[in-house]
Design a protein around this ligand. Structure first.
Ligand code: B12
Length: 215
């Protein structure tokens, strides 16, 4: 499976992921050793200019194909809705895989996820917040150092519109750190999708944020 992902062979990735599940391999193992490790190697080869954007794009498609096969298994423990998360990759940024994993893990932890997609402008997060009064968490993904600052802009726009106190903000993506998260006024950071889901669960078991927090 990891070879199929590295080679960007989406159909093969789908077939192999299906076969692994049929053989009884756990979805979490397929994710870790079949998909994430492969994408890690793709990242390394991209960094050293051994491969270029088209190959990375094909690998990403193959990873997405594998992800869609294991998604129902990863979600099998879902237990009704614990809350609603607005999720998106920020404006100018087209990286979707990490965000999609956060979506899958959040859903399997029992959250309803409104996935706003990639290249999400601050105004789109705001509109979604207004359209979904049940939402209490905003999750933002950024994979580029040039798009990370948009996360701060989003939080500032929520503050300006008086919506900040309704939400907790959780941020993530390869260049994002705990320190950066606190610098921009986010409430949480997730180095990976599993940690993100743990944070959501911890917040869900607490009370909603009180008015004025994070101002
Ligand atoms: C795949 C990929 C692409 C694909 C994306 C396809 C897709 N559909 O997503 C394509 C080919 C489109 C692409 C394009 C570009 N890319 Co690119 N890409 C990558 C690559 C190789 C892997 C990223 C990935 O999907 N990883 C797998 C996922 C699962 O991991 P993840 O995203 O980090 O997510 C995990 C955590 O970060 C966290 N997480 C993620 N989001 C969130 C959100 C929340 C709320 C939380 C809590 C947690 C969380 O949980 C996730 C799962 O555990 C990285 C290399 C790398 N090491 O990251 C470069 C990388 C991010 N890309 C890079 C660059 C430069 C580009 C381009 C500018 C290249 C170009 N010259 O055009 C363009 C920019 C396009 C744009 N405007 O967005 C650089 C960024 C450098 C920088 N410092 O900013 C990197 C680091 C590669 C490098 N070393 O140079 N890329």
């Amino acid at each position: 499976l990891s070879e199929a992902v590295e080679e960007g062979a989406a159909n093969l990735a789908r077939e192999r992921a299906t076969a692994l599940l049929a053989e009884g391999v756990e979805a979490e193992e397929v994710l870790r050793f079949g998909l994430l490790d492969a994408m890690e190697r793709v990242g390394q080869r991209f960094k050293t200019s051994e491969i270029f954007v088209p190959e990375v794009l094909l690998a990403a498609r193959a990873m997405q194909a594998g992800l869609s096969v294991i998604e129902p298994r990863l979600r099998r423990n879902a237990i009704g809705s614990r809350g609603t998360l607005l999720l998106g990759t920020v404006e100018g940024d087209l990286h979707s895989l990490g965000k999609n994993l956060v979506r899958i893990f959040a859903k399997s932890a029992g959250f309803t996820v409104i996935d706003l997609g990639v290249d999400v402008a601050p105004g789109v997060f705001l509109d979604a917040a207004k359209r979904h009064p049940e939402a209490t968490v905003v999750g933002m993904s950024a994979l580029l150092t040039t798009t990370m600052p948009i996360m701060r802009t989003v939080i500032e726009r929520f503050e300006a519109e008086g919506l900040r106190s309704r939400f907790r903000f959780i941020v993530g993506g390869a260049p994002v750190s705990e320190r950066y998260a606190s610098e921009i006024g986010a409430d949480g950071f997730g180095p990976d999708a599993a940690t993100a889901a743990d944070q959501l669960k911890a917040w869900a078991s607490e009370q909603r944020p009180t008015a004025g927090r994070g101002a």
